[in-house]
Each structure stands twice: as C-alpha cells, then as structure tokens.
Ligand binder design. Sequence first.
Ligand SMILES: Cc1cc2nc3c(=O)[nH]c(=O)nc-3n(C[C@H](O)[C@H](O)[C@H](O)COP(=O)(O)OP(=O)(O)OC[C@H]3O[C@@H](n4cnc5c(N)ncnc54)[C@H](O)[C@@H]3O)c2cc1C
Length: 62
Amino acid sequence: MIGRFVYHHPVFDKNAPAAQAGHEEISGVNRTHYCGVYWAYVFHEDGRKSALAACKYFGKRL
Ligand SMILES: Cc1cc2nc3c(=O)[nH]c(=O)nc-3n(C[C@H](O)[C@H](O)[C@H](O)COP(=O)(O)OP(=O)(O)OC[C@H]3O[C@@H](n4cnc5c(N)ncnc54)[C@H](O)[C@@H]3O)c2cc1C
C-alpha cells in the first residue's frame, strides 16, 4: 500500500446553478478553458460533454 485516499462526491450549494450558468461567460477568456464534471451533474458523461465543449474551441471534435 502506497497511500490511502478519501474521495467524496461534490455537494453543490444553492449558488451552484448560477455559477454553472456562467460557463460561457468565463471559459475561453484569455485562452483559458474550464473543463470538468462540476459544470453539470458530476457524472462521467458530464465530463465528456465538458471536454467536448472545450475541444470545440480548438476545432476538435469526436
Ligand atoms: C467515490 C466516487 C464515485 C463515483 N462514481 C461515479 C459513477 O459511478 N458514475 C459516474 O458517472 N461518476 C462517478 N463519479 C464521478 C466521477 O468520478 C467524476 O465525475 C469524474 O472523475 C470527474 O472528472 P473531472 O475530470 O471533472 O475531475 P477530476 O477527476 O476530479 O479531475 C480533476 C483533476 O484536476 C487536478 N487538479 C485540481 N486542482 C488542480 C490545480 N490547481 N492544478 C492542477 N491540477 C489540479 C486534480 O488532481 C485532478 O487530477 C464518482 C466520484 C467519486 C468520488
């Protein structure tokens, strides 16, 4: 055993929906892109969706 780690699902607070709605506003500004499941419901498919949204800016798609 090289380490022990504790993982938790994120718990969104009441401000989360408003923050998530600001994705388009901040992502891509100064060539900085924000990608992660936290932009949606924190499931694997949200990660895929978020990655594809970031890739779109680079002209890449699957
Ligand atoms: C216990 C558990 C069970 C789960 N089970 C399921 C499931 O059954 N089905 C499902 O759909 N989803 C599940 N999930 C959710 C799924 O794991 C996550 O949705 C997904 O892994 C998150 O991907 P992400 O790339 O957005 O974030 P992460 O996988 O958290 O990746 C973020 C990365 O950024 C790095 N990082 C953070 N801060 C910095 C920094 N300042 N500089 C550089 N790097 C940084 C971190 O080290 C990490 O590698 C589970 C999650 C947990 C914790």
